[in-house]
Design a protein around this ligand. Sequence first.
Ligand SMILES: *Cc1c(COP(=O)(O)O)cnc(C)c1O
Length: 392
Amino acid sequence: MSLRNGKEFLMIPGPTNVPDEVLRAMHRPAVDIYEGPLLETTDFCLKGLKKLFRTKGKTYIYAANGHGAWDAALSNTLNRGDKVLVLESGRFAIGWGEAARVNGLDIEVLSGSWERGVDPASLEDRLRQDSAHEIKAIIVVQVDTASGVWNDIAALRKAIDAAGHPALYMVDTIASLGCMPFEMDAWGVDVALTGSQKGLMSPPGLSFVAAGPKADKAHETANLRTNYMDWTFRQGPEHYQKYCGTPPEHLLFAFRKALEILFEEGLEKVWHRHALLGEATRRAIATWSGDGAIHFNITDPHARSNSVSVVRISEGDVAALRDFTKTVCGVTIGGTIGELSGKGLRIAHMGHVNAVMLFGALSAIELGFARLDIPHGKGGVQAAIDYLSEAL
Ligand SMILES: *Cc1c(COP(=O)(O)O)cnc(C)c1O
């Protein structure tokens, strides 16, 4: 028997739910790329990105997914053979490091764990040893969607400063911008990047990079620069140069609408909404953990992301559980990936998600636990309700 008939829910950590207004913004004919509404849209998006990243630096838009933004950040600022220190805390900084290696960079991984955030003290130690300043860039993710970790970007900056190290500090905010606080300038981030399809509620296909003054300076001599990614070309006088060719018009109209929605709500409120939904999810997970088969992947409660929760399930059939929530209840829940593949769930609560969607997803999971005899503490959804009844 299936109860799937009704609106389908997508609760995976990207791509995420696209608001109807954002979808509608794309439903229009293509327009001239040399004059008219597109120029103003570009201007709005580039300025809006500064507001999102909280920077006075330059912003760039790429017709590419997040992997494209990774390439853009590296190629615009570094030289062939430069050493890049990759701060491990899950899958994605490692992936960025793999891209760096293919681009001709020399990679060193500061080993970390999939269960914890990057440790500022071990970063400081490593940088102190590098007295010759061979490390030219440090790359890290703010939220890793594979492990569910939130890294303390400000604390890592303090560690870099404490070691007196001049490396460029580059942060991937693909799974956190528009979900959790990010302060590019105040936190001393030199390059920040993100994608359209997670907290920013837009279709996949756009990514964004912001560069501060130190990154601009490095750009002047960077020899990894490529024609398509090049910041200098994209700063040129013609509108098409901003995209190095035809702008991805419909995606831009969509993204502009998403920015308008975010700014209308106000970024602080957006962050607070994510904090409430994140904590409600954690209350449910904590209750389910009662029986020992279910637990948080991230051991330190302060390092758990408000945009995605990663849950490990040590007994029972996780594939059957995800199949149950999808085919019987109508909600797609993320599965774990990488070294956690098949071992748990990634419950996304990022972007265009409201309380009904979250309660629905948590309820479907709890029903699945009961139906498939996965040992769990009962009353997870009630715990989420109890929390919100106090916190709202
Ligand atoms: C999703 C994600 C990526 C990859 O983005 P793509 O658009 O799939 O290339 C990179 N980093 C983080 C932290 C992500 O969550």
